[in-house]
Design a protein around this ligand. Sequence first.
Ligand SMILES: [Zn+2]
Length: 292
Amino acid sequence: MTAFVAINDGSFAPPPAGASDGAILSGLLASYRHLKNSITQIDHDQLVVATQEGIFAAHLPGGTTVSAALKAMSSRDVAAQLRQLLSKAKPFDLEKGEIAGVEAVRFGKVLFNQRFVAGIQAAYSVNGSSLSCGINDWNQHLRVTVRDASGAEASELIANVWQEDLDLYNKQTLQSSEVRVLPDYEDPGHHNYKGPNYQPGKSHIPSNALRILSAALPENRTTWWACCEHRFFHRYAGREVNEWPLVHWNGTTNPDATGNKNAVRTTVELVPISIRRILEKFPVDNCGCKEL
Ligand SMILES: [Zn+2]
């Protein structure tokens, strides 16, 4: 399934004093990255961005075109990433908010603060999220009015991404498109042999446990697995907190790991075979495995 995120052209609002058009675009990229990083790397290709047609020629509030603002950016890396993001995006038209080549799944005219915004219409039509410029004070949900063909109006919510935190509604909206949204992560220290909470006999947590989790797949809501460059599988386990899974690093299939010298071992056979085959194609480098 595809998860759509439509760039909210209504968020190209005047930036705070002193901020530039470049800052607007940087905020957009930052918001997009947070959204993408909330999904397992294995599903990144399923996240599709939509933006208004002719985006490079569109004017930003400071008066420059997107194209000129990209050229003027001090960070070439940020500019290159934005160029790539916008070039690959599917265009929607500014009159109806219809995404080229994509069929709508929800119908009705969407009004936000009594006005039509093509990007918000596009997000609603494909059951996707809106992506707004991070420097503006947009909310994580947009409360909109949807008017159907008969003229009847209903109030609805659209998930909106504009800052570093994605809330439960943002994540559930992504999840409804069947992309696998990562669990939240914590490190209680039970596997950190240098820390005060270490529980003797437990395997040593890799120094980049959170990085390894970025390419994980779920066995169930609160048990996730990932594969590292050493072809060890790493288990993350936890519990539901506020309706979302919160996991910690919980073991490795490295046969030399401390925990695997005990009676209760973490073995490859514990990883469901269907997951194992996919994970092996997405090994995470720079894992920081200990005990090698
Ligand atoms: Zn490793």
